[in-house]
Design a binder for this molecule. Structure first.
Ligand SMILES: [Zn+2]
Length: 142
């Protein structure tokens, strides 16, 4: 899987964790420590949007994310023109625009819950996200 580097000692079960954090079929949670280890592997999938601070009635912080492939795909001809000119800043994807949104709910004790909000299923698979952009962990290993 391109989202995991063989140069690293990856956390146990990272492949399944990444798939769960991609699909979000069910709500599940991780400890603060596990979140800190595993979430950077998802930096190429989920893009931070905003957060809601805790209130008296909602004593947790909700961090909202949208899929990085939310933007509309480029026209293929324009993409070819840029590649031929070697101007590859901001590589563009060619899959259908993806509207998946999710939130990470952070509780006072540091535990995190991962909750799908809308747009599921993704219009692409996790491998496509890994090929479109490398995650923080792999980037730092290279
Ligand atoms: Zn997506």
């Amino acid at each position: 899987m391109p989202g995991i580097s063989t140069l690293l000692v990856n956390p146990p079960g990272i492949t399944q964790h990444r798939q769960n954090l991609f699909e979000l079929h069910t709500k599940f949670s991780l400890s603060s420590r596990d979140h800190a280890t595993i979430w950077p592997y998802m930096s190429n999938v989920w893009s931070f949007k905003n957060k809601n601070l805790p209130t008296a009635t909602a004593p947790y912080t909700d961090h909202h994310y949208h899929c990085r492939l939310r933007r509309a795909p480029d026209v293929p001809k324009a993409l070819r023109a840029r590649i031929n000119n070697r101007n590859v800043n901001g590589r563009k994807h060619e899959v259908t625009k993806c509207n998946c949104t999710m939130k990470v709910r952070e509780y006072v004790d540091g535990r995190r819950e991962y909750i799908a909000i809308s747009g599921f299923l993704h219009t692409h698979d996790l491998d496509y996200s890994d090929l479109d952009k490398i995650n923080e962990v792999v980037k730092q290993a290279v």
